[in-house]
Design a protein around this ligand. Structure first.
Ligand SMILES: [Zn+2]
Length: 189
């Protein structure tokens, strides 16, 4: 009697658990897993490759190389959601942001590369989720990264603003205000 509560992912997990610490090629093992699933449930396994990839993205499997994974019972990965955005989430973020940088509203049309950025940075516990992702062009991403790396960044621009107002330098005032707006937008302190 097949256990109905056993999911497709469980079949993949069971196979890897039965073969720990071995480099397993997806192409070689997926037929075995699919057949086992078919014989126990009478149903076709939908997308074994994707299942294996998702276990890797969750940090459950180790990627040895492309199309080759390993299960190590002693391997403790960090939560994968604190690392890079999975491809699927990236696409969702791009779509939601209409394929434009959320700061300057420019995009590929203007010749800018689009990147997916962590709103709350990873080193501050930000996850690679749809909610914590945003589309930035390479230029704005560069600015953000460099400002957040530099804890003095905000102070520098606050100082610049003060100085430029004093000196009635409207151009500088404008620039400083723009930067401070970015700090506010990204909650950088
Ligand atoms: Zn931009």
């Amino acid at each position: 009697m097949a256990n109905n509560s056993k999911s497709q992912l469980d079949y993949i997990k069971d196979y890897f658990k039965a073969n720990p610490n071995k480099d397993l090629n997806t192409t070689k093992i997926k037929g075995i897993i699919e057949n086992q699933y078919l014989s126990e449930t009478g149903k076709r396994f939908e997308d074994c490759d994707r299942g294996i990839r998702s276990l890797y993205q969750k940090g459950w499997l180790i990627k040895v190389k492309k199309g080759c994974y390993k299960y190590d019972p002693n391997y403790k990965s960090d939560d994968k959601t604190s690392h890079d955005f999975p491809g699927k989430i990236k696409k969702q973020i791009l779509k939601r942001d209409k394929y434009k940088c959320v700061v300057c509203k420019l995009g590929k049309k203007e010749g800018l590369d689009l990147q997916i950025d962590h709103i709350i940075p990873r080193d501050r516990g930000g996850k690679s989720t749809l909610e914590n992702g945003q589309t930035l062009c390479s230029r704005c991403n560069f600015l953000k990264k460099n400002m957040s790396m530099n804890s003095l960044g905000k102070k520098i621009f606050q100082n610049l603003l003060k100085q430029s107002i004093k000196k009635k330098n409207t151009e500088m005032t404008k620039i400083a205000k723009e930067f401070l707006k970015l700090f506010k937008k990204y909650n950088l302190n």
